[in-house]
Design a protein around this ligand. Sequence first.
Ligand code: ASP
Ligand code: MG
Length: 474
Amino acid sequence: MAKQTLVMKFGGTSVGSTKALTKVIDIVRDARKEYPRVVVITSAMAGVTDLLLECVKQAAQGSVDGLSHSEAIMKDIHFSTADDLIQDEKLRDKTKQEIDTLILSLIDLCKAVAVLAEASPRAMDAVASLGERMSVRLLGAVLESAGLKIKAFESTELIVTNAHFQNAHPDFKATTEKVHSVLNPLLDEGIIPVTTGFIGATPDGVITTLGRGGSDYSAAIIGSTLPADEVWIWTDVDGIMTTDPRIVKEAKTLSEITYSEIAELAYYGAKVIHPKTIRPLVEAGIGLRICNTFNPSHPGTRLIANVPSDSHARNGQVVKAVTAIRNQRLVTIEGRGMLGVPGVAARAFTAVASTKTSVPLITQASSEQSICFAVPSESAASVLNALQAVFAGEIADEDIDRVWMTEDVSIITVVGVGMRHTPGVAGQVFTQLGNNKANVLAIAQGSSEVSISMVVAAADTELAVRSLHELIVK
Ligand code: ASP
Ligand code: MG
């Protein structure tokens, strides 16, 4: 059956300038030739969400001094692109007027926050959402000016969430109903709905956001509930790379990656797509493609269902990508008295959770004499305090000798579904690191066997990534 429905999401840089928006016009026009039903989702213009959040943080500290400067920056980037790309004077003025009203509401919100000297999560979302609320008006008018049949509106009309502001969770059932009732009539008429990423609303209509970088997730939510045949994420790189090209110049774009590989990569620091994007699409069996607005003829990276691992091993593609998460500390709880004592790990992780820190990596020696895990450096001090408090008794009784942490370390992860059932990969990985004199402080392998992670000193990060990248078959 011919493909019918395509959801395309454009990231901040893809809508961040006249040059970028000019590309977007062509991309949407071309897509519409191929697909009778196209939905467009937009992020805020590059840098705008950061700027908005900075304004509200300053306001919470009582300062509104920087506001007029931020206001000027926001006006400038939106208005200059509007001037360049919206020919019709009436449409241009209307668009600028609407954006101006949103900027004024930023000023009002920040002033209110400054009076209270406190920004609630709800107020933060009211501010953070302004970026997409501005960009959707701009993009809508730009596409309309280019002669496309569009309708621009906010995704508060589509995505219903709980009231967990700043990281709201969608109600898929309620969202499906809205997506169908709002989008289908437009799509049936050949109109391209243009809507905001990142934002939703509670059942009462209060605006929420899905978390930073959440526009990708919006595309997955809308794509899976419609459902679309494909979701394409337009960004400013050619796709998912074998590693960070700033560390290894030979890094290459992967033409294909499986869902489980990308999940590991997203978790371990590759910032190409938001980790939550993957699940709704896998469950609905929808194809995902990552492509470059600035190089649209490049095929990008396609996400594929998890294929049997031996087909990868046969292709020799065992390790597919290497990633590094920096600025971590390794915390160790050690003591001979821990041997066989139940509940130490549970108490340790409860204490860590009480500091609202998430733990990307855990290892335990089989002697049970130590538990070791990584936490982000910024939360290390509060984690250490919490652990010392919870184990104060054991420390006094010398059942636990000490709770301590390293200096900054990095977690290096190699990812590849072919590693599953391919013996000897771990051996290759550690030999490679050993030969290159990168010292490994801790190791963990997920039970999915799709990745192996190791912890190295911060200073060894580049060395470790470079030497492991040599294992990727080119
Ligand atoms: N504009 C939002 C952010 O910067 C959402 C997104 O771009 O995905 O976090
Ligand atoms: Mg993003």
